[in-house]
Write a new protein. Sequence first.
Length: 299
Amino acid sequence: MILQRQKLKKLNSINNKIDTFLFGNTTSNENGYYMSFFRIAIGLIAIVDVVSLIPDLELFFSNDKTIIPQELSYLFSDYFGFLNNFYIFLSKFGLVDFFYNYSIYFYILFLLFVIVGFKTRLFVFLSLFFQIVIFKSFNVFNYGFDNFLTMSLFYCLIFPVGKINSIDNYFFKKETKLKLPFKRFLQLHLCIVYVTSGIAKCIDPNWLDGNAIYRASASIFKKCIELPPAVFMLISLSVLFLEIFYPLIFMSKLKKYFLYGIVAMHLGIAIMLELYSFALIMIVWNITAFYTFKKTETK
């Protein structure tokens, strides 16, 4: 009997630790406002990104004007099974031309509904569906941003991001004191991403001597060629440090400095490599995951 009680006590202790780890970062003061920030920010980034592609979109996503034939593009996509069946469906009902002509505008409309939080889960699902169909149809031209946008919309789908600062919440009043592990999911996800990325970079000698940073920046800004090699090595080692030791961000005393460092790193990526969308979505993820959104008290 005594052994059973001790085992039960240990089990309860473990459960309490797991509960604290998963849910302890979502305080009553924060009240889930990070979720509305994430929803709105991701929606805006997605709209800006797709609008910036509209002038050249026919070269990537059209029936017969693409750089690479459309069938070959999605043939090499991980989503081939889904895309192939979808296009067969469109062909069967004669909707191929209609879809190519109007899909982008439907996608933007759905994202606007996501931003304002109207029937949020439904329009997040539709936005995710259209994002996969449109962008994975020219998967060979995708990069990290497109994958993170897919994951972002998926997170918006499985978590109730429409319950705060939304039309849904305005018309359908619900309890907004949310106790969900959404932040912890993002935090752990970011830890895996940065640590694995840092380890992969350490294996490459070009990251240890700064040559990788030199090549990337000099290809865009010719004046970078004139900078001393030590500058590129310092920047490279700083990136490696931030990524490999990213889990230290969980320490309250270091969280602020690591968050500033990561944001600065991605701003550097935006400026030096002109990867604006990727840098912005990573900043949004980090702010959502580790910034404390204090609830504004109303009198």
